[in-house]
Design a protein around this ligand. Sequence first.
Ligand SMILES: *Cc1c(COP(=O)(O)O)cnc(C)c1O
Length: 524
Amino acid sequence: MTMLKEGRPTAPEPVKEAHMAPATATGNRALMLEEALIFEIGSVDTTGVDFPDAPKVESRLGGLARTDAIGLPGLSEQETVRHYTRLSRQNYAIDLGLFPLGSCTMKHNPRLNEKVARMPGFADIHPLQPQSTVQGALGVINELAFWLIDLTGMHGVAMTPKAGAHGELCGLLCIRAALEARGDARQVVLVPESAHGTNPATAAFCGYQVENIPATPEGRVDLAALEARLGPDVAAVMITNPNTCGLFERDMKKIADAVHAAGAFVYCDGANFNAIVGRVRPGDLGVDAMHINLHKTFSTPHGGGGPGSGPVVLSEALSPFGPLPYTARMADGTIHLIEEENVGEEMPQSFGRMSAFHGQMGMFTRALTYILSHGADGLRQVAEDAVLNANYVLRSLEDVLDAPFGASGPCMHEALFSDKGLAEGFTTLDIAKGLIDEGFHPMTMYFPLVVHGAMLVEPTETESKAALDQFILALRSLAERARAGDEALKGAPYHAPRRRLDETLAARKPVLTWSEPELAQAAE
Ligand SMILES: *Cc1c(COP(=O)(O)O)cnc(C)c1O
């Protein structure tokens, strides 16, 4: 096969499998079209637009004007539109089908949210506008803050963090400021084995030493091991609840009491709040700080790196240290943004800022729309249906896939399976690739690390029973093939635009620039 210098085949890969139809001349498969790079469609010597000749003016660049070609591809409007439309058709999206990624809460984004976020009064304003002209937008932030405090039973909320991980950073900075205020230089943050990678990363980023707490065989934090490790050097414990094994940490109250008795703080990773919203208030469990991923629980769109929003709810002990700015309703009913210059006596201990302005306005508008359109009863039903759907997946597949914690009772928002029982040589990756052929985005794989070959499925509450049944049918068939040792599965995906890629190479040595297409010859 001939390869471009970029390592991409010059021609579509022929389908060699006997049961497949022969390759087409174009590489197109029915309505799924092959697509070249934009540089290969257009040419750097052509242009898609007709500009009048520029009038001769004297250069003011002092001899620094570019003399060589800029090297951008020239395409007509139609070629450009087709290029991006074809590429977009090779993408999978929540608007196409179920997105079973565990720990991601990929749910339907109601169009009402989008409509409200696009209203000119929200979409066309600027963070530096006089506050008197954006009272409605500040009101949205203030009201959303009220809802988040109410839903979590906490004391305060920092609205400015822009993602879950950013919220973790905000929470740990509050904890550090509170410890420093009492002259306490604790160095250690405890994190359970099953934690999301952002937890230890955040603690390390804040300069803390990270230590693991083991899990019990039932997949929960080992309370005895945690208590044994607590001491005067421990600043905080970071616990995810429900945890990344899809289980509720039943000992949360006991954990919080022990942590507080040892003079430390409880950070709760609230990324999985969707499973308990309206049912459990983290404030009642003794949590000191918890981020909420608006882009998960409150349905603002996510994936592909953003945008996100990660407000952090804070206990009474931590609220005075939260970041600026924040909104406050004045006696005359107007809403003010409290900044460094007008903070007054209220929050002299704030650790500073998390972002230049007020946070992710578009996400706030969407989240508040979602909350108000669901109402209190609707939000509670979100949690109930999310848990019901996950348990339906878990119980429908546990005869063909090993469910390591299936015996410890119902799961919460996600169903966790392992690769135990697959035929020799078959892996979680084979099942994930098989799912692509079946028309589904793969589930989260190899996370959490406490389970061998983990497959983590979070269907969310927005999937219908019919959609879940389709997914279960696909996953069941793949599990049966992997158990029976069906060699063909190792070649999946067969029907996707690309087959199995060298994902490690792609991640470690991404080719991000285009260069002139000299063909590097690589033997077939
Ligand atoms: C998604 C997630 C995070 C990180 O949130 P981002 O918004 O992606 O930064 C942290 N912890 C858990 C458990 C998560 O699922």
